[in-house]
Design a protein around this ligand. Structure first.
Ligand code: SF4
Length: 510
């Protein structure tokens, strides 16, 4: 059945977001132009499904009756009914009424469409590992957690085991020490790139003329000094420093050295555990920049080929060759910077499983210490999204994507790496996940902290997010700098003041 739209029946008054979340998995959107009042009275088009959902609460139990109606033949309606009930418990992060609505709907939609939207069941969030950490906090063991994931969220066993294993490996990085409350990470975002990648939805700009860069760097300096004032006034310890973007190495040699100098002087101390720089694009690196990273004791560099297929690099808008990637990687390795990461993307247009396998073989021969395996997400604002609208075909079959994830996993294990962080995004192909792998002892602490949200992060630069975390209950507050470069430059004082208030609120309150 080719269902494209859904309409809410009269019984639906709550859990509408839960319904929309599941329908999105089937690429079905709500059509508000159809009138729910007389929905039963007229013959519906065959591409519409009517959702009715009744939620009853009685004696500490929740009962949800879900009924879906489709008109697959002229004059004939088919109804699909699902009834679920549960005690109102607190083992899960979604309220019982919403959870049962999602489970009922997922099951009915699988039956109606014959399509399974992936292995994560009703889990929709970016950070599934956070759920596991909450369950671990409550004292549940691995077996019990996997049972919660499979029975209450309908997650497949393989993904339940993956995400639980990752969370268990992360625990030592999140353990509380006497200094934990004062431990923070610093993120500095540089929003420039040599060219724009096909799939990019970040607010990244192709490098502007030097006058604009200079105004940007003056603003960044203000931002850095204001961040330093926060650290000083609350006696914070910077555990991790991460310069990302964009591509920070797209700055010229002089500006890049200036950046490393100011970041290092203000944030790196002998208590700082790691200092990462994203050098994602090999066409942005020079010998001088590699020397500067060494000089300022950068401990981790990320070179991100995404693919080792030249035709794919051309297609995604990279102005460099596969050889450039190999040469750049070799130079950074030779320079003695301790940890090197490489990123790949699964599902890039036109890439076969065989080609992805060849990419992995080449990555393995370079032998990085970390590997980040992304699944392509077709995001709003990317050139790819428009291309798909105009007919570009993607390799979007879930099984094929999962097979490539398995290939990447096999290569990672051959390189003695294990998965240590995982996150998901909207619009990912096959509704799957991104996984970070590392050799034991080379894990990127910043990546764990940003995903698990158990450490404060001071965000500097356009679009950078700041988070303050109350470690008595793991609640957090956040604020963001403007994505748009001009708004960031024009309103920097306002952004730094909001950020300072966030920290003052947490650290002077206790
Ligand atoms: S390197 Fe990253 S930030 Fe820059 S254009 Fe490509 S995807 Fe976007």
């Amino acid at each position: 059945m080719n269902i494209k739209r859904y309409v809410l029946g009269n019984s639906v008054t709550t859990a509408t977001k839960a319904i929309s979340d599941i329908m999105t998995l089937f690429d079905i959107t709500e059509d508000k132009s159809l009138n729910a009042e007389n929905i039963e009275d007229f013959e519906l088009p065959a591409d519409v499904v009517v959702v009715n959902n009744q939620i009853i609460e009685e004696q500490q139990r929740v009962i949800v009756n879900t009924e879906l109606t489709v008109h697959n033949l002229p004059g004939q309606a088919r109804r699909f009914k699902k009834v679920s009930s549960t005690a109102i418990d607190d083992d899960v992060s979604i309220s019982a009424d919403k959870r049962l609505t999602m489970l009922n709907l997922l099951s009915a939609m699988r039956e109606i469409t014959g399509y399974d939207p992936g292995p994560w069941g009703i889990l929709r969030g970016v950070r599934p590992t956070k759920i596991i950490h909450r369950l671990l906090d409550k004292g549940l063991n691995k077996v019990a957690i996997n049972k919660v994931l499979t029975s209450k969220y309908d997650v497949r066993v393989s993904k339940a085991e993956l995400v639980t294993d990752i969370a268990l490996r992360q625990r030592p990085f999140l353990l509380q020490t006497k200094d934990s409350r004062r431990m923070v990470s610093v993120y500095v975002g540089i929003p420039f790139c040599p060219s724009r990648c096909l799939y990019c939805s970040f607010p990244a700009y192709v490098l502007p003329e030097s006058e604009k860069i200079s105004i940007f760097l003056q603003t960044l300096e203000k931002d850095i000094r204001a961040a330093k004032a926060i650290i000083m006034s609350h006696n914070l310890i910077v555990q991790n420093v991460y310069i990302g973007g964009g591509t920070p190495t797209s700055l010229d040699n002089k500006n890049f050295k200036w950046l490393l100098n100011i970041v290092s002087n203000n944030f790196v101390t002998n208590l700082t555990r790691e200092f990462t720089v994203e050098a994602g694009r090999p066409d942005s690196l020079s010998d001088d920049k590699i020397d500067a990273m060494n000089h300022y004791r950068v401990s981790r560099v990320s070179v991100n080929p995404q693919s080792m297929q030249q035709k794919t690099l051309n297609l995604i808008g990279r102005n460099h060759t596969v050889k450039d990637i190999i040469d750049t990687f070799g130079k950074i390795r030779q320079s003695g910077i301790p940890i090197l990461n490489m990123d790949v993307i699964i599902g890039l247009p036109g890439e076969t499983e065989q080609e992805f396998s060849e990419t992995m073989m080449q990555i393995a021969s370079l032998n990085p210490d970390n590997l980040t395996v992304h699944t392509l997400a077709v995001k709003k604002g990317s050139i790819l999204k428009n291309a798909v609208r105009s007919g570009t075909k993607l390799n979007g079959v879930g099984d094929k994507i999962q097979h490539m994830i398995d290939i990447a996993d096999q290569y990672a294990r051959q390189m003695d790496m294990y998965p240590y962080y995982l996150y998901r995004q909207k619009h990912m192909m096959g509704n799957l996940e991104n996984i970070g792998y590392a050799r034991l002892g080379t894990e990127c602490n910043y990546n764990i902290q940003i995903m698990e949200e158990r450490q404060g992060i001071i965000g500097i630069g356009p679009a950078a997010g700041t988070k303050v975390v109350d470690n008595s209950n793991w609640t957090l507050k956040r604020c963001y700098n403007a994505k748009d470069l001009s708004s960031y430059i024009n309103n920097i004082d306002r952004y730094t003041s909001i950020r300072a208030d966030l920290f003052a609120d947490l650290y002077t309150r206790k």
